[in-house]
Design a protein around this ligand. Sequence first.
Ligand SMILES: [Zn+2]
Length: 402
Amino acid sequence: MDRHVAIIAASLILAANAPAISAPAGSEPDSAQADPIKVLVGRLDLDRYKATIKGLTQFGDRRQGTDRNRAAVTWIESKLKSYGCSDVSRLKYTYFSTDAQRPSGPPVARNADISVGGARYRGVRAQTGVNEDPMLQPDEKLRALNSQPSQGGAREEVYCTKIGATHPEEMYIVGAHMDGHGWGEAANDDGSGTALVMELARILSAPNVKTERSIRFVLWNNEETGLNGAWAYVTQRAALQGKEDPAGSGRYPEPKWLGMIQHDMMLFDHGMPHTDGSTPTEQRPEADVNIEFQSLAKVADGAQKLAWAFYAANEAYATDYPATVGPHMTNTDSTPFMDLVPAISLRENERGREIGAGWDPQWHQPTDVFATYSDADFRLGLNAAQTTLGAIGRLSGATLSR
Ligand SMILES: [Zn+2]
């Protein structure tokens, strides 16, 4: 049977068995109580996810060190507050382009065959790079919006926390970076990951959702300059882990890290470039959510275990696209965590072998705008959201109260 026909048939059966009187407002039907995670995942919605990405694009490329970046931080913060997420906070640090670079991935000997993270290139490769020419942005309004240059100095990034009911002293960190560059709207890189994290913060902060362990939602700044926002977080807060403050308060400003999950470029999996350098126009039928851990990390075993937990959650909860696990996580905000705690990334493609080989022609280009993407593209990001919400719901022990 055609899959769509099967879905329609299934929903007809459900409709036929539905009780005549709907459940009282604020409660969930009994069948849903069997798996509260499924109810939570069901609260994700393609239109809402797209609307949050669209909201981020009003700030253009959100380049770090600009007014449009600061305005985006404030907008994200106000959204997190409106969702009821607890302890909305800002981490402060400074960034100057002359700062010493810290590692973006594990040390690997790169050559024509080996990419960042240790991945081996295969097949056709296309040109990649960061666009720095404003005139390549044909939209004059967007060009003007992106025109203020970046200035070194004070930086801020926002986070909030779902506080665990029985283990407030332990947490998972769920992140994405809100800054971008390239003279577009940074819609995919990384509006798509930022919106995913914001949607999870919204759903998990609902008053009838309880988790045993804490979950922190972080929207990193300065990813594109070398993961500086994530490095600042690790530098400032690693030593605070698990400390009750004030003593006896039951409050843990930095719960002990159990895992870090990063989302960076979630939408576009059209496959390998053609030999002429062009890209297939449609989302490929084999599109998948790429879950990567880093086999060279000090906590590789734990990270791999975490990756497979996400794979299992994808099989249980993602509606359209499967997941693939790979060992070459690199060049995103999970890197600064990977030697301290199990850390993974979710992406549209593997970072080294695929994105690094030009599979995403919008990457850091003026074409990374909302209008570039189809619903089949946005749906891949939604499936990553379903995967992470399913996995983090299970790992944190999420339940629903009536
Ligand atoms: Zn990115």
